[in-house]
Design a protein around this ligand. Structure first.
Ligand SMILES: [Zn+2]
Length: 498
């Protein structure tokens, strides 16, 4: 420029009517002060789940105080922000953390305890006796920690729980850094921690008082199901949930047997019965919804009830095929879930949940165009968040929402070449490809190790419970699963360095 300037000035001087004047002295431009922020994540590509900016190429996700400040180009971000830390995932796709809308986390301690059995036999010969004997605050803490290890590793940032001693579950979730919607489960028969309705109300009230307002934990009330809870139980649960403005979680229309029992007792479907007693509302999340009919779907849509679809559980327990396409078409928000791992899945892998949900819907409707990859990703993120009433906080990567996000490596041969990132994420990528898991801007897994949990003591403790459970089952005329080893704890497979 220095060389060109005199020539330009000379040319201008030759033009008629243009007076040659010395240019005014210019003040040196002052660099704008950079805004201090906590963190910048550099992503090779971003799937935002924001309909206005669905897919972005190389992007800097600017994060401060646990929230997303902005999604900008890396060069813009470098000009405007001074980050305390930068995480480089330029070789990865960044997307919102996955939202698991139904499960029983502590049942990881009973993973595979009884497979390939009818639901009632599974419950009565294994699950109920073991739960009665073993479920304690320590049991749920260890089981939840094991579940958190698995979910964090696989890119799940929010999960929903229906179990017992939920204050202990909440303590484990709090320490893990994850986000949870945690429901104290009520039954019309004695449950661990509370023997009757009066005690259930008391214990749950204390739980809600303790955890309501926590940044990552949403306490909830969870009457188990219309075939295990009376009208009185549901109305008390509804009153408590409304008083504290928290979710009400329940199983709903899971099996044909449930449908039969409820119809015989009340002369209507489980959904219509819950509607008739005034339980349905926007804070209600029903798990499964396998046996819904058109009138049920219309009622759920009218009351803004969310549904959790658990394809692997429904397939493994032969519960049936949830009419997900019709349910969504009726206007019901449907999220995805895994259910518990004791015999109904048996893992907490939300990538599998997307894959199975898509393929199950396609083969049963004989229509490969239903539940496209993009819709399955929505169900596992923003729709799941909406079904849980958390969509203003999480579910998509937009300014102002909490920084709950994951990075997914796309370097493995199984993901290559990529024509469509949504297709790759749903049908080819595995949970083991997750290389970063973050909740509220805090790294929980960095592709090499867990940052908030120590895996070895948790796994060791799980084997101690396994030994005790196995002895108990043997003493009570039920043996451990064939081929099971009695050896002690082994470290979890170390994720390969990314
Ligand atoms: Zn369940």
């Amino acid at each position: 420029m220095k060389r060109l300037l005199p020539l330009a000035v000379a040319c201008l001087a030759l033009l008629p009517g243009v007076a040659l004047a010395a240019p005014p002295p210019k003040a040196a431009p002052k660099p704008a002060a950079k805004l201090p922020v906590d963190l910048i994540v550099l992503a090779g590509g971003v799937l935002t789940m924001d309909p206005n900016r669905p897919k972005l190429s190389e992007t800097a996700i600017v994060i401060s105080e646990g929230r997303i400040v902005e999604l900008a180009s890396p060069s813009e971000a470098a000009l405007r922000y001074e980050a305390k830390e930068t995480i480089d995932r330029k070789g990865s796709v960044v997307m919102p953390g996955l939202v698991n809308t139904h499960g029983h986390a502590a049942m990881t301690l009973m993973r595979g305890i009884a497979d390939d059995k009818p639901l009632m036999e599974w419950l009565q010969t294994r699950i109920f006796p073991v739960e009665k004997q073993f479920v304690s605050p320590e049991f749920v803490k260890t089981g939840t920690q094991l579940a958190c290890l698995e979910m964090i590793r696989g890119g799940t940032t929010t999960f929903t729980d229906m179990y017992y001693y939920e204050s202990s579950v909440a303590e484990a979730v709090d320490a893990s850094g994850m986000r949870g919607v945690l429901g104290e489960t009520w039954l019309d028969f004695p449950a661990p921690g509370h023997a009757n309705l009066e005690e259930s109300i008391k214990v749950t009230r204390e739980f809600l008082q303790r955890w309501k307002g926590h940044q990552r934990i949403t306490p909830a009330v969870a009457p188990h199901a219309p075939y295990t809870c009376s009208k009185e139980t549901y109305l008390a649960a509804k009153a408590l949930a409304d008083e504290f403005k928290v979710p009400l979680l329940t199983h709903l229309s899971e099996t044909r047997e449930e449908q039969r029992i409820v119809k015989e007792k009340y002369g209507m479907t489980p959904t219509k019965w819950l509607e008739s007693i005034g339980v349905l509302g926007p804070n209600v999340l029903g798990a499964h919804g396998v046996w819904l009919d058109e009138a049920d779907m219309a009622a759920l849509a009218a009351h803004h009830v969310g549904i959790s679809h658990n394809p692997e559980s429904n397939m493994k327990l032969a519960s049936g095929v949830a009419p997900v396409v019709a349910t969504r078409k009726a206007g019901v928000v449907v999220g995805l879930g895994t259910d518990g791992v004791a015999g109904s899945n048996n893992d907490l892998d939300m990538f599998e949940a997307m894959d199975f949900a898509g393929k199950l819907a396609k083969v049963t409707t004989m229509d490969p165009t239903v539940l496209k990859a993009g819709e399955l990703l929505r169900m596992a993120t923003v729709d799941g968040a909406k079904a849980l009433g958390l969509d203003e906080t999480i579910g998509s990567l937009v300014s102002g929402k909490d920084a709950d996000l994951i990075a997914v490596e796309v370097a493995e041969p199984r993901a290559r070449p990529i024509y469509d990132i949504e297709s790759a994420l749903v049908y080819a990528i595995k949970a083991s490809d997750v290389s970063l898991t973050m909740v509220r801007g805090k790294v929980l897994f960095d592709g090499r190790s867990w940052k908030t949990l120590e895996p070895m003591p948790i796994v060791k403790k799980s084997y101690e419970f396994r030994e005790a459970i196995q002895k108990f089952l043997a003493a009570n005329g039920s043996s451990a699963p064939a081929g099971a080893s009695t050896s002690g704890a082994r470290p979890p497979a170390t994720p390969k360095p990314k």
